[in-house]
Design a protein around this ligand. Structure first.
Ligand SMILES: Nc1ncnc2c1ncn2[C@@H]1O[C@H](COP(=O)(O)OP(=O)(O)OP(=O)(O)O)[C@@H](O)[C@H]1O
Length: 591
């Protein structure tokens, strides 16, 4: 035998009135929504029927209650029993149970939200050709219906809330005005709180001066002056609105919330999921007729339509960017100055954005700031370093060897450069291998080389314990005495081993697995024979002093290139510094 669920009414009332919503303030929205829906229902048969919602805050009613009057369709006695007294029953669904398009409500639970601020809800309602009906509901699930002798002055409904102790402030004039304005300012019927009208006409993007009105709205409501305003439109979702491009950089991981109205009633001030993640530089204000709210009516329901909307809005923002690039490149440059991180993040997945970055974003290179497109045109291969330190060390040396170099060390830059061949397979991209640079340095005259053999041998002996090879070359800039070059794979393994020494056995084992294969190419200290100091060092008579000087050059080259300093390097730096100091300060030792 089948049984039906038993329901504990008090539990359900408590759940729906107290636990579904994030804050008691939504009771204002639910009251507004019912009043507007009732007016909409009345206007189906009587398009010229008045459309008015009036709140009387506690200060005005004088008895501590709040009243809201509407000129809506009202309810007959039978409807009161059916609709107000049955949780989950709504007049806003069709025979099949689907939400009817013209109404804001659909679930048949909204009125219960009033129990967050009231112990008692009274509804006085009058439908056409029917007597006035009074319904009173209590938070414990009881209700009473009477037919009062005194008739309500006109068709419509008055809802009265008797405040719960401790929640009176939610019903007071200032709070009520603020909340009615927040939720209802764009509603198509006039809403007043006391004598104050809180509705302000159609959405700003539908006004006669859309740009001016949207900017004013942004300043007054959102608190910023947008960099740009982009029109949005998705007919399938009945959506219109604007995206406002933020005037300051936004945090790419902090999702921007959007202001979403459904049928001109505010749904959420911080709705997520409306734009693709990459579009974090924009904040939207939209009104939609077809998107669905969650039951708490505080967020958008994640469905296929929302996915379509997100994609369409992404396309519209992308289109705006591309138009800016072709029609207003100067504005685009300004935009990129503020939001380059977002655009670059997007360029990692999106070819159009990649092209935009390639053409319009100026990168640091050792031949001046320029776009990657310009760089490619002038220098062919896009040669780059992936670390800022590496660029700093090698920029001048590479420039002197006519090697143009892009600094790919900033966020996303090297990934963007590596992705360039997606735009055109002809594009050649190469990460600079520091040791390749040495191959471009001029070798010495054989005679000179021969005469310096013993110097090189002495220098090599000084650096042997550090596993570094000494090379003597002539290169520009001549002001640079020495350059420490290490190939990337060796540098990586060096760092791995240093970490391994500090790690616990398990982690060290993992690191060992990574350290397999590939013989190390010894790092090189390339001494510059064009440098006057180096020449003087090669001419020193004392082998000990040559050793100390070469050690000092080694240490200085390490520091200059921001290379990691191992304990052995630190000891050597110390030793050579003291050695040179000792040599520089003359005089006998005294005791
Ligand atoms: N001011 C009003 N005038 C006329 N009928 C009303 C009014 N307020 C409520 N009702 C009736 O009571 C029903 C239940 O209202 P309730 O607010 O609980 O749910 P709803 O508006 O249908 O849906 P939702 O839970 O999505 O708000 C409504 O469907 C409507 O028929």
């Amino acid at each position: 035998m089948d049984n039906t669920f038993q329901v504990d009414l008090r539990g359900v009332v408590d759940l729906l009135s107290h636990h579904l919503y994030g804050s008691p303030r939504v009771y204002v929205r639910e009251l507004l929504q019912n009043a507007v829906d009732a007016i909409t229902a009345r206007r189906v048969d009587d398009p010229l029927a008045p459309g008015e919602v009036r709140f009387e805050p506690a200060e005005q009613t004088g008895d501590g209650t709040l009243r809201v009057h509407d000129s809506g369709i009202g309810l007959t006695e039978a409807q009161v029993h059916e609709l107000l007294a049955t949780i989950g029953r709504s007049s806003k669904r069709d025979e099949l149970g689907f939400a009817r398009h013209e109404f804001l409500g659909q679930f048949g639970i909204g009125l219960l939200s009033c129990f967050m601020v009231a112990d008692e809800i009274r509804v006085l309602t009058r439908a056409e050709d029917s007597p006035t009906v009074a319904w009173t509901g209590y938070a414990d699930g009881r209700y009473a219906v009477t037919l009062p002798a005194e008739q309500r002055p006109g068709i419509g409904t008055t809802v009265t809330l008797v405040p719960r102790r401790g929640t009176e402030h939610w019903l007071a004039g200032p709070t009520l005005t603020e909340l009615a304005r927040l939720y209802g300012s764009l509603l198509p019927v006039e809403v007043r709180v006391g004598e104050v009208t809180v509705t302000s006409g159609p959405p700003p993007w539908h006004s006669s001066d859309p740009e001016g009105s949207v900017r004013r709205y942004a300043r007054e409501i959102l608190g910023f002056e947008p960099f740009a305003v982009v029109d949005l439109r998705v007919p399938a979702a009945g959506l219109t609105g604007v995206a406002m491009v933020l005037p300051v950089p936004a945090n790419p991981v902090a999702h921007a919330g959007h202001r979403v109205y459904l049928k001109r009633m505010l749904l959420a001030e911080n709705a997520e999921g409306l734009l693709p993640d990459w579009a974090f530089f924009a904040r939207c204000v939209v009104d939609a007729t077809e998107l669905r709210p969650t039951a708490s009516r505080e967020a958008l329901y994640q469905d296929g339509l929302l996915d379509e909307v997100r994609e369409a809005l992404g396309d519209q923002l992308r289109g705006w960017l591309v138009r800016l690039a072709t029609q207003q490149p100067r504005r685009l440059a300004e935009f990129l100055d503020v939001h380059h991180l977002g655009v670059k993040a997007l360029a990692l997945h999106d070819d159009e954005m990649l092209r935009l970055v390639e053409r319009w974003w100026q990168m640091e290179t050792n031949v001046g700031r320029m776009t990657l497109a310009e760089f490619r045109q002038r220098h062919g291969v896009v040669r780059y370093t992936a670390k800022v330190d590496e660029f700093r060390q090698l920029a001048a040396v590479a420039a002197a060897q006519n090697v143009a170099l892009v600094n790919g060390g900033y966020t996303y830059d090297s990934e963007i450069i590596e992705r360039l061949p997606v735009l055109d397979p002809e594009i050649r991209v190469e990460r600079l291998e520091p040791t390749d640079l040495a191959a471009r340095f001029e070798g010495l005259d054989p005679g000179i080389e021969l005469s310096l053999r013993s110097f090189v041998a002495t220098a090599q002996r000084a650096l042997d314990p550090l596993g570094c090879e000494v090379v003597l070359r002539g290169f520009e800039p001549s002001g640079l005495p020495a350059l420490y070059l290490v190939d990337r794979a060796t540098a990586f393994r060096g760092e791995l081993r240093a970490t391994k020494e500090r790690a616990d056995p398990v982690w060290a084992g993992v690191l060992s697995a990574l350290d397999e294969g590939g013989g190390d190419v010894r790092p090189q200290l390339v001494l510059n024979h064009r440098n006057p100091l180096v020449r003087r060092i090669t001419a020193l008579g004392s082998a000990a002093l040559v050793g100390t000087a070469v050690e000092a050059l080694y240490g200085q080259a390490l520091l200059l290139g921001y290379h990691p300093i191992r304990p052995a390097d630190a000891a050597l730096l110390n030793r050579s510094f003291l050695g040179l100091l000792n040599h520089a300060v003359p005089g006998e030792e005294t005791s």
